[in-house]
Each structure stands twice: as structure tokens, then as C-alpha cells.
Design a protein. Structure first.
Lengths: 141, 141
DNA sequence: ACAATATATTTGTTGTACTAATTATTATTA
DNA sequence: TAATAATAATTAGTACAACAAATATATTGT
């Protein structure tokens, strides 16, 4: 029972390094965006005009965190909050022209940065990792 | 090249949930400690009286983060900073009696909590996960 | 011994995570 | 319809993460 305890440290330090590496490369390429902000930008490009709850679900952020990420992205004119026509409590998050433009500019470069971690691994490794992580995720829900 | 991009979100959300689950269970068991503080406590039990640099390396924290974690642990009397006899710049981090006591009390319960994620997975899965995560970690060093 | 350099830790700043509490609005139901 | 509950988003407080810069002490090369 004890022997598997180490996976949590392993997971923690790996995901930290993945994020850190991406952030460092973002900076080198002068992206002027954080990794978490990028995640939101990418999701919005796949499906624009979502409310914050949907967006929080998709990006795996909780509501307060997403609120602050969006605050920062609004300041940078990447997204804007628009009143929802059918529910006056909620906002529609809308990707601006600048946001769209940046997203298109950055996507291929980000893919390249992400691929770096996969240089010494195989397709099967990817499938295994996906399965194992999802199993862990579900076990703790 | 693009298809592997998703691993980063997967890693991020899984490690987040692992931490979140442990923290929730810690609270339920009234441990009065954070997951990150626990990691430090456990490492100190394996080898007491390390300086902050060694401890930072082992726990995967950077130095400023560790400084702040130790500040909180000192306040709780779990550890204490002692002057190093051979280097006046550095501190020896010493597990107190209370720290030792708590560590022993909590270890078996924490192992049980950690094992929860592994219920539906095998020994081979564990080896695979370890190998893949370490490969990613090394690729980005 | 002196200057340059390296090491150990702290401080400051910005961003993210989680909890709890708050406000505003919508939905339920008695 | 009035009271109650649920939902969307925000705010406040505490903890952690990454980076840069500051401080103090050690080490190295000359």
C-alpha cells in the first residue's frame, strides 16, 4: 500500500516542469501571456462565446481563478465580457479580434513547444499515459 | 505534432485533483497541515537535519517557496531552523519532537489516502507512469 | 590579503488554487 | 405570490509557484 505513494510527487514535479518549460519558452518568444491564459484562449477559439461556468469546466479552473484570469485577459484586450441575453447573472466571454489574431499566430509555435516533451516517447506511451491519468482522475472524483 | 498537446492539460488537471483529494482528506482527518507541508515533513523524517537547499531539491520546491512553507511549519512547531555549524549562511532544518510525533501518527493514514488513486491500476501501470513522467521531466530539463 | 565569484536564504511581486462569504438573479414550491 | 432554494459571478483571505533582486557569507584565483 505504501509503495505507490511516490506517484503524487512525481506527478506534481512533472506537471510543474511542463508548465514552467512552456512559460519560459512563451517568454522567449515574447508571447506576453501565461500558460493558463493560453489555455483559456485556445478553448475560446474552439468555441467562442461561452459563459464562465462552461469555460471553467473546460479549462479545469475553478470560478474564482477563472474570474481573475479573465480580468487579466480583458486588460490585454484578448477577450471581453458581454451581457448574456437570456440570463442577466452571467457573462458571455467573447474572443476579440486581437485575441483571435494572437491565437492563430501562436498555435503552431505552442504545438512545437508542447511536442518537445514527447521526443523520446511513443504513440503507445501517449495512450498509456492518457489512460492512467484518466483512471486516477476518475478514482478521486 | 499537434496531437500530443493535450497531455499538458491532462497532467495539470490530474495532479491538481490528486493534491485536492489529499487535502480534502487531510482536513477530514483533522491533520491541520497542507499537502506541501506534509511533503516536507515526510522528507525530513527520512533524513533529518538537512539545509534548505537540499530540502528544496528533494521536495521539488524552489527556494523562496520552501522558505515560506518552512515559515509556516516553524509557527506550528513542527520544525525549527538551527544555525549550521560549518556554514553560517545556511540553516539546518530540524524536525521537532512534535513534528516526529505527527509524522508517525499520519504516515499510515496518508499512505491509505494515496493508495485510493491506485485501486483500479496495476503494478505495470505504475512502472509505465513512472517511466513516462520521468522521461518527460528529463526532456524538459 | 583582495577582488571577483559563487552559494544560502530572504524579500517583493505577480499569478494561480481553494474556501467561504456576498451580491444579484433565476427557479422552485408551499 | 411570497418564501426558499439554486445558480452565476465576484470578493476576501490564505497558501503555493515562479521569477528577480537583495543580503550575507564562503570560496576561488591571483
Amino acid at each position: 500500500m505504501e509503495k505507490y505513494g511516490a506517484y503524487s510527487l512525481l506527478l506534481d514535479r512533472t506537471s510543474k516542469r511542463v508548465k514552467q518549460y512552456a512559460q519560459k519558452r512563451f517568454k522567449e518568444e515574447n508571447f506576453d501571456i501565461t500558460v493558463d491564459q493560453w489555455l483559456v484562449l485556445k478553448n475560446l477559439n474552439d468555441q467562442n462565446d461561452q459563459n464562465q461556468s462552461q469555460l471553467a469546466e473546460l479549462t479545469g479552473k475553478d470560478h474564482p481563478t477563472l474570474t481573475r484570469i479573465l480580468d487579466l485577459m480583458c486588460k490585454k484586450n484578448l477577450v471581453e465580457r458581454k451581457a448574456s441575453p437570456e440570463d442577466r447573472r452571467s457573462f458571455i466571454i467573447h474572443l476579440t479580434e486581437l485575441g483571435k489574431q494572437k491565437q492563430e499566430e501562436w498555435v503552431p509555435k505552442v504545438d512545437k513547444i508542447r511536442a518537445k516533451a514527447w521526443e523520446s516517447l511513443t504513440e503507445k506511451d501517449y495512450q498509456d499515459l492518457k489512460r492512467i491519468l484518466n483512471t486516477i482522475y476518475e478514482s478521486l472524483s
